[in-house]
Design a protein around this ligand. Structure first.
Ligand SMILES: Cc1ncc(COP(=O)(O)O)c(C=O)c1O
Length: 402
């Protein structure tokens, strides 16, 4: 249709003018850390494979064995015939790791969030989101048709004010947030959020896509020292996360009480009406969890490497393996990314709408196997050649996060 193509072309031209057009680039990941892109071998600081487990021999062997035994696909929704026995094994492991009664595995993080929230929350209810929550939390909240409000990033005072003003007018209430913020790398104030949830009878949901495997001894953001004042774990009724980052596979989970999980089986549309994950993927996730539980010191490495980087550059100390360097406008972020690529580093520029306007950035993701000497070289290039340009542009509100 001509009008359709005209619409697409005009939209793309607008994105191009604003430096916001995105393109797929073939990227061949060679192992956990190196990738070939545009014919060049680059050290990648843009993969979320924080523990490099997608390339681990034991993880791959588990996937191959499951593929041989059960085939390539699960063949149907889990509620029909797609519930191969590996799901129960994985869910038992996840519930144990997160110390909940039960768990439910979903096809992806996006599917999980757009399924979980509308299954629990409806039109007369209230959803309060940290403003920097991941796009799929926003999508799930909007799908629920509840009243959706954002509180300022990690601002407990603002959340409390919104609860005081609006909670009483709604039946159920949900507070949702990234546990580790995907583009900023900071931790949600989980203990404070849990206290407010308790006080206002709201349910707390964390998305730990970037927390599982790498913070809280590998158990995630609800198990970090700040989430456990006096050693007691903050109550997070709904612990969601993904299997696609530190776990090195694909898919997502919700860990919660047994009755909540059973309700999810019945009411989360992206669970009910979507095919179960392939057996090889589920087997890979189980093998990855085995490795993480067996070696917490290895799970601590990405954060330690991120801290070495922030120390050397002179940025605020990393709280997770993710370190943002906010540059300001999209073109400047692209330029900084190109400069690092010339030095042999792959650090993708993150631009709006993934991040708020004016906060385009470089996002560094550290992994267990990044060599220390390369991190030092990266830090020196960033300090001497990128930071000076970035500081000239940076939005003062976000400057404290680098
Ligand atoms: C915080 C967060 N939640 C959810 C997702 C989506 O997960 P998935 O890639 O499995 O759809 C991502 C990114 O992928 C994320 O960063």
């Amino acid at each position: 249709m001509r009008s359709l193509d005209e619409f697409a072309t005009t939209k793309l031209a607008g994105l191009e003018r604003a430096d916001l057009r995105r393109r797929l680039v073939d990227t061949t990941r060679l192992d956990g850390i190196w990738a070939v892109r545009n014919g060049r071998r680059l050290l990648s600081f843009s993969c979320n494979d924080y523990l490099n487990l997608s390339q681990h021999a034991a993880v791959k062997a588990a996937a191959i064995e499951a593929l041989q035994q059960f085939g390539t696909g699960s063949g149907a929704s889990r509620l029909v015939t797609g519930n191969h026995p590996l799901f129960a094994a994985l869910e038992t492991r996840l519930a144990r790791l997160k110390r909940t009664e039960a768990a439910c595995v979903f096809g992806s993080g996006y599917l999980a969030n757009i399924g979980i929230i509308p299954a629990l929350i409806g039109a007369s209810d209230l959803v309060l989101l940290d403003e920097l929550s991941h796009a799929c939390i926003w999508a799930g909240a909007r799908l629920s048709r509840a009243t959706v409000m954002a509180f300022r990033h990690c601002d407990l005072g603002h959340l409390r004010a919104l609860l005081e003003q609006h909670r009483a007018r709604h039946g159920r209430a949900l507070i949702a947030t990234d546990g580790v913020f995907s583009m900023d790398g900071d931790l949600a104030p989980i203990a404070g959020l849990a206290a407010l949830a308790e006080r206002f009878d709201a349910w707390l949901m964390t998305d730990d896509a970037h927390g599982i495997g790498v913070v809280g001894g590998g158990r995630g953001s609800a198990f970090t020292a700040s989430a456990m004042p006096n050693g007691a774990r903050a109550e997070v009724a709904l612990q969601m996360g993904t299997l696609s980052k530190a776990i090195g596979a694909y898919g997502a989970y919700l860990c919660a009480s047994a009755c909540v999980i059973e309700l999810i089986h019945n009411r989360a549309r992206s669970f009910v009406y979507s095919t179960g994950l392939p057996p090889a993927d589920v087997a890979a996730a189980i093998a990855a969890l085995d490795l993480i539980e067996a070696d917490p010191a290895y799970a601590a490495l990405p954060l330690a490497k991120a801290c070495a980087f922030t120390r050397r550059v002179g940025l605020p100390q990393a709280e997770s393996p993710i370190v943002p360097l906010i540059v300001g406008d999209a073109e400047a972020a692209l330029q900084a990314s190109r400069l690092l690529e010339d030095e042999g580093f792959l650090v993708i520029a993150i631009r709006p709408p993934t991040v708020p306007a004016g906060t385009a950035r470089l996002r560094f993701a550290f992994t267990a196997q990044h060599p220390d000497e390369e991190i030092r070289r990266l830090a020196d290039v960033v300090r001497n050649r990128v930071l000076t340009a970035a500081q000239a542009q940076v939005d003062p509100v976000h400057g404290s996060q680098g």
